[in-house]
Design a protein around this ligand. Structure first.
Ligand SMILES: [Zn+2]
Length: 480
């Protein structure tokens, strides 16, 4: 029997507002514990929350970019549960009337474009953070993150493989980055993912028992946890075992999922309307205003790169999948009017170096100005393209300017005709067999001789010049 997965995702994204959702405290990441908070975000008695209009605007902007309907009337609710990182013992969220509903995201799978439905996008506040001090056997609480505005994006269970889940997540992240509503830094917790998965025989339309996976803090963790869970559940079904509805967590080190709690212990949140905040009423004019001001989305940018800059669709797709990478590319093109040359650098050396050193596009150690400078050194004949790739590697490691590297490492191309002719003559003298081959009609032998000159000059010889000089010198010999 063949099985397929039924996967849905819940993604929390911190909004990039400067102040928190119900008070004027800063949303800045980090800082000394408990310095970015006040009586309002701690929910102390006698305080009143005031809704940050910017947070509502960002949530609507995200909702529009995700093709949602925006509710003209919605409200905030209290979600009650007791946990030490939640000082009020309730979280202000949205229950039955979320701000955005019924959207979708398109992903490009091996079998073509697939629509992944979005059930809702709602607004809520973030909780604090627990810091477990294992040495002292105690836990500390940092409330700096308390009250940072979040959106929760809940998908339909439309994904059938871990790969589709990964593609959905990547698309969602790039849309949130392009619309500038969240920086989506997973390592700082501004993008957090929970997912649920059930497994059923291919062809069946009934849903299996679903398992929730919590606290997945990287794309890789999402993919691996889903892959593991798919195999685990399929195996259990084959063996006639029953799947328990439960919440499991991903153990990165062991590469397995571990049960956290079963359904019996599931929370009863006792939602009720937040009495201190008036309902959110949104008029058409405001929605249209937000819609008009949405920055260019990845799909639009991709089309523009193809149509206006003449990039191949593949290059355009790769570059626009990452906002920081496409910003880098565009800045280079502003400075250097040959998009394909820049794209070759990005698709080749830059992506390779990013992968090798595990660096994200937002943290590239090479600046657009430096890459353009490097290409100009190739254009004016100072270095060859193969030397340029060596310079790039040094640039990527040290952040130095290319001209400084070329000078320091003595990498400038040798274009001195006299010096090159001397090396050519010496090479001809040292390789009589190849010369004989060439004179006997083996054209390839010249390639070998040129290779020897390149070796001798550590790749710095100007290739066109050696070519010409080599031809001249060889023809002199053949005439004798
Ligand atoms: Zn505050």
């Amino acid at each position: 029997m063949e099985f397929e997965a039924v996967i849905g995702l819940e993604v929390h994204a911190e909004l990039l507002t400067e102040s928190k959702i119900f008070c004027s405290c800063t949303t800045e990441f980090g800082g000394e514990p408990n310095t970015h908070c006040c009586p309002v975000c701690l929910g102390l008695p006698g305080t009143l929350p005031v809704l940050n209009k910017k947070a509502v605007e960002y949530a609507i902007r995200a909702g529009l970019a995700l093709n949602c309907n925006i509710a003209r009337f919605s409200k905030m609710d209290r979600k009650n549960y007791f946990y030490p990182d939640l000082p009020k013992a309730y979280q202000i969220s949205q229950y039955d009337l979320p701000l955005c509903r019924d959207g979708y995201v398109e992903i490009e799978t091996e079998n073509g474009v697939k629509k992944i439905g979005i059930i809702r996008v709602h607004l809520e506040e973030d909780a604090g953070k627990l810091i477990h001090d294992e040495g002292a056997g105690s836990s500390l609480v940092d409330y700096n993150r308390t009250g940072v505005p979040l959106i929760e994006i809940v998908s339909y269970p439309d994904m059938r493989t871990p790969e589709e889940a990964r593609l959905y997540l990547a698309k969602l992240k790039s849309i949130l980055e392009y619309t500038e509503v969240s920086d989506c830094k997973m390592q700082e917790g501004s993008l957090r993912v929970d997912t649920n998965i059930s497994v059923r025989p291919v062809g069946s339309s009934a849903f299996g028992t679903k398992v929730e996976l919590k606290n997945l803090n990287s794309f890789r963790a999402v993919y691996r946890a889903l892959e593991y869970e798919f195999k685990r559940q399929a195996e259990a079904i084959k063996n006639g075992e029953e799947i328990t509805q439960e919440t499991r967590r991903w153990d990165e080190n062991k590469g397995i999922t571990v049960s956290m709690r079963s359904k019996e212990e599931a929370h009863d949140y006792r939602y009720f309307p937040e009495p201190d905040i008036v309902p959110i009423v949104v008029d058409d004019e405001w929605i249209e205003d937000i819609r008009r001001n949405i920055p260019e989305l990845p799909q639009q940018k991709r089309e523009r790169f193809i149509n206006d800059l003449g990039l191949p669709p593949y290059d355009a797709g790769v570059i626009t999948s990452d906002k920081a990478l496409s910003d880098f590319f565009e800045r280079c093109v502003e400075l250097y009017d040959n998009p394909k040359t820049i794209s070759n650098w990005v698709m080749g050396e830059i992506l390779r170096a990013m992968k090798d050193s595990d660096i994200e596009a937002s943290n590239l150690p090479v600046k657009p100005e430096q890459l353009v400078m490097l290409q100009e050194l190739v254009d004016d004949g100072t270095i060859s393209i193969s030397i340029a790739k060596r310079v790039f590697d040094i640039m990527f490691k040290t952040g130095e300017n290319p001209d400084d590297i070329v000078r320091k490492e003595g990498l400038a191309q040798i274009s001195d005709e006299g010096a090159l002719r001397e090396i050519v003559i010496k090479t001809i003298k040292n390789n009589p067999k190849s010369v004989e081959d060439f004179l006997g009609g083996k054209e390839k032998a010249m390639g070998f001789l040129i290779g020897q000159v390149m070796k001798e000059t550590k790749g710095k010889a100007n290739p066109q010049m050696i070519n010409e000089i080599m031809k001249e010198e060889l023809s002199k010999i053949s005439k004798n």
